[in-house]
Design a protein. Structure first.
Ligand SMILES: C[S@@+](CC[C@H](N)C(=O)[O-])C[C@H]1O[C@@H](n2cnc3c(N)ncnc32)[C@H](O)[C@@H]1O
Length: 306
């Protein structure tokens, strides 16, 4: 292989970023994809190429690989890793990337979407994703986007905020938290938001009391569910005959959308375009969860074009 291997990747200046993200359900993805030499691969959420590297090691074909990410840090690291002669890199969200690839007539043997944020997002305080952080209220995956968490928290009407916390966070105390946010305006950093959300839940709980609030604001800032819903039918169209589509989701709102889209496409009739390879979502083993706690909520669903 011409591109740098993981061990060489670790030697360069971004080495800390690489080390932070461990791909989830990697063995399971490889098992369902069963990559063959020469097969093409589209990674819609390439991040730091954890999955991509393992898959392209098996296909041996970087030129038929396309890596997409909406985060400019991830794209910069991918450029540094692969240089100009490797895979096609697309810095955009996966809906735009899918529309572009379809219009160019591209098709793939394997397509992966490993949804949500990467470990560097959570570990870099300046991004504002972390519940424990002191960072600004940002939460954008695409740093060029204009709407940030601060825009939503400081300008939305109280009722709209409450609706958003209920819909995207399934937060039972949505109204109380929305009122606290409006009263504390202007909010400037993530710790203020964590304090307001936590004050609605006095006492101890297993999960950080601000988890649902952060999830809701992050989903809204990045339009995560809207993009997923619109993109799934396009991903199915981008599959070659025999091609496999795998989606890893991290919460029930995402998984519901994936489950429904797969069910519609796979149906029960002989004329369905796809077959579902995972009758139930695949989850991480207890061993993986011990070494990579992010895997705890991961759910993998895979389908295949006939
Ligand atoms: C869970 S990480 C993927 C990690 C990757 N599979 C790996 O092993 O390194 C998700 C990545 O997808 C990107 N992302 C999330 N939603 C996206 C979207 N709608 N379009 C493009 N990229 C997206 C994020 O910026 C992040 O880098």
């Amino acid at each position: 292989m011409k591109y740098r291997t993981a061990s060489r990747m670790h030697q360069n200046k971004n080495q800390n970023i690489y080390k932070q993200h461990v791909p989830v359900l990697l063995n399971e993805v490889l098992q369902y994809f069963d990559p063959k030499p020469g097969e093409s691969y589209l990674d819609l959420t390439a991040g730091y190429a954890g999955h991509a590297e393992a898959i392209t090691e098996r296909t041996g074909s970087l030129t038929s690989t396309t890596l997409v990410d909406r985060d400019s840090n991830a794209i910069a690291v991918l450029k540094e890793t692969y240089g100009d002669t490797g895979p096609t890199l697309l810095h955009t969200d996966f809906l735009h990337a899918s529309e572009q690839l379809l219009s160019e007539g591209k098709r793939f043997d394997m397509i992966l979407a490993d949804l949500g944020v990467s470990s560097p997002h959570l570990n870099e305080d300046t991004r504002g994703f972390s519940l424990q952080g002191q960072g600004p209220l940002d939460m954008r995956m695409d740093q060029e986007q204009s709407i940030t968490a601060a825009t939503i928290l400081n300008t939305y009407k109280e009722q709209d905020l409450a609706d958003l916390l209920k819909r995207y966070g399934e937060e039972p105390k949505a109204r109380q938290i929305a009122a606290g946010i409006v009263q504390a305006r202007p909010l400037t950093n993530a710790s203020e938001l964590a304090t307001i959300a936590s004050s609605a839940w006095p006492g101890h709980s297993r999960v950080h009391p601000a988890t649902r609030t952060f999830q809701a604001i992050r989903i809204a800032v990045n339009d995560e569910l809207g993009l997923l819903e619109k993109s799934l039918p396009l991903w199915m169209k981008l599959l070659n005959p025999g091609g496999r589509l795998a989606v890893i989701s991290f919460h029930s709102l995402e998984d519901r959308i994936v489950k429904r889209a797969f069910k519609e496409a796979c149906g029960s009739g002989y004329d369905a375009e796809l077959v579902e390879l995972t009758k139930r979502p695949v989850t991480a083993s207890s061993n993986e969860i011990v070494t990579n706690p992010r895997a705890r909520s991961a759910k993998l669903r895979v389908s295949q074009r006939k």
